[in-house]
Design a binder for this molecule. Sequence first.
Ligand code: UT7
Length: 331
Amino acid sequence: MPRTAFAGTGFYVPDRVVKNDELTQYMDTSDEWIIERTGIQERRWVTDGMTSAEMACRASKMAISAAGIEPGEIDAIVLGTLSPDVFFPGTGVFLQRDLGLEGIPALDVRAQCSGFVYGLSVADAWIKSGQYRTILLVGVEIHSTGIDVSTRGRDLAVLFGDGAGAAVLTATDEQDRGVLSTHIHADGNHAEMLWTEAAGSKNHPRISAEDIAAGRHYPRMEGREVFKHAVKRMPEVVMEALEANDLTTNDIDLLIPHQANLRISQMVQRRLGLEDDQVVNNIQRYGNTTAATIPIALAEAVRDERLERGDLLCLVAFGSGLTWGSALVRW
Ligand code: UT7
């Protein structure tokens, strides 16, 4: 059976840097509060004209170039996002068009912050089954056009940023490298703990003036509750992956956690007994880019030569849904 190898990675973030101090012009917050509670110092916001498909395309081209393949070699696109450019169709088809890959399937994954790990699970199964040999896996998000930057929305508005990350996955017959396993979960009992209620097809009409007045078109979160679930589920699903492969935390060379809050990542690190240099954190510079955090962090880790052939890489995600998941990769 073939295995799934990471052949190339890439990322793109918008040029516009939004520092914490800028946010104090729009809402009652402070640089100190944001850094102390989240670790975030700045994030990127798109400027008018930039779309999530365009960001995904830039990240993808970098990943394709790093993989040393031609775009035409890609058999399928899997794209995670909670912020598609339009309600439908998904962003994957716009990316497919921009890359000139007419005909190949483009699957959007709706698993929020777990979108990249969920997408990896699907792509890995397709590659192992022999259905496809080369898959472009992308996570992309534009939050800045959909957050409440008034004081009412400050708990969420300070967290989120825009960006895209991509990876080219290829089938390999080498049995000593590639994805070892993926583990994905969900608990819809807490679906409303972090959600955007409108526009939605359950509403008649999908969005009303009343929805807008009440801010139901903005994401809402029970932050403390989400936090508690995150610090429980992330270590748990890492342990599940390790146990499935007869490995222990001592075997992990690099952990890339979803970048939701630096305090969450630090608690996950402590619970797993990992050192600082074994964990990738870039939330300080990008905030939470949801489905894009893991592929952006992975692309930066590759660029910074933090992974060597044979290393054990662990990806772990948690987010709205609730959804969570992990993957172990022999680099
Ligand atoms: O990626 C998907 C998963 N997302 C997450 O995992 C996020 C999980 N949650 C969190 O990261 C944290 O809960 C937050 C960063 C959202 C909030 O931090 P917290 O330490 O849990 O603060 P809190 O919600 O308990 O609020 C404490 C205080 C409140 O004021 P009072 O009621 O104590 O007077 C908030 O109104 O901080 C206030 N507050 C703020 N103050 C300044 C909330 N947001 C802000 C803000 N600036 N931006």
